[in-house]
Design a protein around this ligand. Structure first.
Ligand code: PLP
Length: 408
């Protein structure tokens, strides 16, 4: 069986974890801080904080921006549930909008959904292809004229909604670490960019995530970083490492925070992954996607995913193939036929309005026709570092046979 997306674990990873375990320091410490610095340098952003998942990191960003009941956050209908769940966690309302043919959020639909209750927009770089973040930032900036900040908000001594004066652009870059816009690494384009380092992601720490900050003046990013650092540790003004200094046991709690810090064991894996990301991981993933592209080039029944265009290059996280004229039932039958050929595939993603909770709380699939169209035809193929060319060819053959068997 060809698996879908196993992580790359080799002797280097095992050695790095062993070193962390033997170092005597296994929770947040020097390796996490080093990982944050290296991530910030890689992305070219002001600051990065590494936390325990995209979900908890991005949720903390919504809390930092003071988003809560009565507020709205715009998210695409076509994404993983985490993007919208975090909006629910803080008591705000996810406002869903449709996607473009490349699966990314439609900036025009975002513009139409904006209103004085809109506090944030979360574009998603689905499959690793960057969303049109510059256009989304423009939409957010155009909201300056009528944006209505919460006046009584105080976060770490300031009111971030007053400071930014518009909807926050929080990019869901869970899939797209290492993707590029205009030749530059993603990160600096949005106010805050969130990465996931979950086990199936291009760069993994087993579980983990990070926020990259690129906030406009007059934000003090160091002050913002301190808030996230403190609030990821119960609002405690000293972390575990600081408390180990002789005599430094006393601490205070400034506000009831959360608990979502990254451990040094996770960071140890991340540092190995980052070291070889550009030299090994991305080139191999790109070569696999290009081999799929060539293998399906003559297949009129298949729509190949956009891997790059004049402005963007994806991170080659997912190869999101579509069967052009398939119904949802035909797509499902094709997946069954591929699986019978010992190849694991997946579907990214079931649009939110098809999930019980979202359907039962009033979201209707008919309102997002493009999301449904693309979902119903989509099949994600295996992409991972250890997948060999021969295995890619096996996948290509299995897909072609399955498609011809079902579609004729
Ligand atoms: C688009 C998207 N956003 C967010 C997440 C959540 O990431 P994490 O598992 O690190 O919380 C995922 C995870 O798969 C995802 O696919």
């Amino acid at each position: 069986m060809i698996p879908f997306s196993p992580p790359r674990i080799d002797e280097k990873t095992i050695q790095a974890v062993t070193d962390a375990l033997r170092s005597g320091w296994i929770t947040t410490g020097p390796r996490t801080k080093e990982f944050e610095k290296r991530l910030a340098a890689y992305c070219g952003v002001q600051r990065v904080i590494a936390l325990n998942s995209w979900t908890n990191a991005a949720e903390l960003a919504l809390r930092w921006y003071g988003i809560g009941p009565g507020d709205e956050v715009i998210v695409p209908a076509y994404t993983y549930c985490a993007t919208a769940n975090i909006v629910k966690h803080v008591g705000a309302k996810p406002v869903l909008v449709d996607v473009l043919d490349d699966f990314t959020i439609n900036p025009e639909a975002v513009r139409q959904a904006m209103n004085p209750r809109t506090k944030a927009i979360i574009p998603v770089d689905i499959g690793g292809l960057p969303a049109r973040v510059a256009e989304i930032v423009k939409v957010a900036e155009d909201s300056c004229a009528w944006f209505s900040p919460a006046v009584n908000l105080r976060v770490g001594g300031s009111n971030p909604q007053m400071r930014l004066g518009r909807a926050l652009v929080l990019s869901d870059a869970a899939h797209s670490f290492g993707a590029r816009i205009g030749g530059k690494s993603i990160g600096p384009q949005a106010d805050i960019t969130g990465f996931s380092f979950h086990a199936v992601k291009n760069l993994t720490t087993a579980e983990g995530g990070a926020l990259a900050f690129q906030l406009p003046a007059p934000f003090d990013t160091e002050e913002v970083y301190r808030w996230f650092n403190t609030m990821s540790l119960h609002g405690q003004n000293k972390d575990a490492l600081a408390k180990t200094k002789p005599g430094a046991w006393r601490y205070d709690v400034e506000a009831p925070g959360w608990k979502c810090n990254m451990t040094d064991i996770q960071a140890a894996i991340g540092l190995v992954e980052l070291d070889r990301y550009d030299s090994e991981t991305l080139p191999r993933r790109k070569a696999i996607c290009e081999r799929y592209h060539a293998g399906f080039a003559q297949e009129a029944a298949l729509d190949r995913p956009l891997l790059k265009d004049a402005h963007r290059e994806g991170s080659y996280h997912l190869y999101m193939l579509r069967v052009a004229k398939a119904t949802e039932e035909q797509r499902d039958a094709i997946i069954a036929a591929i699986s019978a050929r010992e190849v694991s595939v997946n579907v990214h993603f079931i649009p939110l309005p098809l999930l019980s909770h979202y359907r039962n709380t009033g979201y209707r699939m008919e309102d997002y026709p493009n999301a449904y169209k693309h979902y119903s035809r989509e099949i994600s193929l295996p992409v991972y570092y250890d997948l060999s060319d021969e295995q890619v060819d096996t996948v290509i053959a299995a897909v072609k046979e399955a498609v011809h068997a079902v579609m004729g």
